[in-house]
Design a protein around this ligand. Structure first.
Ligand code: SAM
Length: 287
C-alpha cells in the first residue's frame, strides 16, 4: 500500500499525535500541510530520478516524501533528536532516503553527501536562514541548484537590485555566488503552526564563475560590509566607519572612478568589484 501523503493537515496532525510531538518554536518548526506547495517546490528544483539532494530540516518528512516520490536520493539533516525515530517510520517506504542527526551549521556537509554534484532543497528554519545559505555558498560545495523556502522579506533582500530599499550586503553576497529568483509566494495557512509572515520559494542557480573578476574575495566582502554599515551616510563616510583609512578611501574611489558622495546602496556588483580591486592593489603596492 502506498504511504499516505504527509503534506495534509489531518495526516500531519495524526503523526504529531501518534508520536506525542510538541512542535519546537525555537527550532523554527512550521511544518508544511499543503501538497500543492510540496509539488511546486519539487518542480522548482527540477527533480529527476538522477538527482542527489541535501535536505535541511526534514521535520516529519513532508518535503522529503515529495522529493523521494519524484525519484531523488535524499540526505536529510535534522537537528531535533525526537524527529529522527519519527522520520524512520514516516519515510520507511523510501530506501533512497538517509537521515542524519546533526546541526547543519556545524556538520561537515561534504562527509555526509559525497556526490560530485547535488541540489539543496529545504523548507528552512527561519531563525537561521542567512547563516545556512551563506555557509552553503561560502564553502563552495558542489551544489548546482539551491531551492529554499524562506521568509518572504529575506527573499526580497536576496534578489534586490541596487538603489532599492531591500538592497544590502546580503543581496551582493547571494548575487555574487548565484542567480537568485523568487519562484512563488506561500501563505501562512500552508503550515502548522501558521507563521506570522508570508514565505517565498527562492531558487538560486549557483554560478560556475563569479559575475565579476575579483582579485581578493576577502577584500571584496570587506568593502561590501563597510559600504553598507551606515546606510544613510555617503560611501566615503561608510568606508571610514568600516575601518578604511581616509587616504586609502580617496585613492580607491579615484582608481575605481566612483564618486565618494554616492551612497553604498547605489553601487552595483561591478562597482564593488572595482573598489575592492583598487584596495587589493593598494595593499600590494605598499608591500
Ligand atoms: N521540512 C519540514 C516541512 O517542510 O514541513 C520541516 C521544515 S521546518 C520549517 C524546519 C526544520 O528544520 C525543523 O524540522 C527543525 O527541527 C529543523 N532544524 C532547525 N534547526 C536546524 C539545524 N540547525 N540543523 C538542521 N535542522 C534544523
Amino acid at each position: 500500500m502506498k504511504a499516505p501523503c504527509i503534506a495534509q493537515r489531518d495526516v500531519t496532525l495524526h503523526i504529531l499525535k501518534t508520536f506525542h510531538l510538541v512542535m519546537n518554536k525555537k527550532l523554527g518548526q512550521n511544518f508544511l500541510i499543503d501538497s500543492h506547495v510540496v509539488n511546486k517546490i519539487v518542480e522548482a528544483a527540477e527533480i529527476t530520478p538522477e538527482d542527489k539532494v541535501l535536505e535541511i530540516g526534514p521535520g516529519i518528512g513532508t518535503l522529503t516524501q515529495g522529493l523521494a516520490e519524484a525519484g531523488a536520493s535524499v540526505v536529510g539533516v535534522e537537528l531535533d533528536k525526537k524527529l529522527i525515530d519519527v522520520l524512520g517510520k514516516t519515510l520507511a517506504d523510501y530506501d533512497q532516503v538517509r537521515i542524519v542527526h546533526g546541526d547543519i551549521l556545524k556538520i561537515d556537509i561534504s562527509r555526509e553527501i559525497a556526490a560530485e554534484s547535488y541540489k539543496v532543497v529545504a523548507n528552512l528554519p527561519y531563525y537561521i536562514t542567512t547563516p545556512i545559505i551563506m555557509k552553503l555558498l561560502e564553502e563552495r560545495l558542489p551544489i548546482s541548484l539551491l531551492v529554499t523556502m524562506i521568509q518572504k522579506e529575506v527573499a526580497l533582500r536576496m534578489i534586490a537590485s541596487p538603489g532599492s530599499k531591500d538592497y544590502g550586503a546580503l543581496s551582493v553576497a547571494v548575487q555574487y555566488y548565484t542567480e537568485p529568483e523568487i519562484v512563488f509566494i506561500v501563505p501562512p495557512a500552508s503550515f502548522i503552526p501558521a507563521p506570522a509572515v508570508h514565505s517565498a520559494v527562492l531558487r538560486c542557480r549557483i554560478r560556475k564563475m563569479p559575475p565579476i573578476a575579483v582579485e581578493s574575495e576577502r577584500d571584496f566582502f570587506k568593502v561590501v560590509k563597510a559600504a553598507f554599515c551606515q546606510r544613510r551616510k555617503t560611501l566615503s563616510n561608510s568606508l571610514k566607519g568600516g575601518g578604511f583609512e581616509a587616504n586609502d578611501i580617496a585613492t580607491m574611489l579615484d582608481r575605481a572612478k566612483i564618486e565618494g558622495q554616492r551612497r553604498g546602496e547605489t553601487l552595483a556588483l561591478a562597482d564593488f568589484g572595482a573598489l575592492a580591486n583598487a584596495y587589493t592593489a593598494l595593499i600590494r603596492e605598499r608591500g
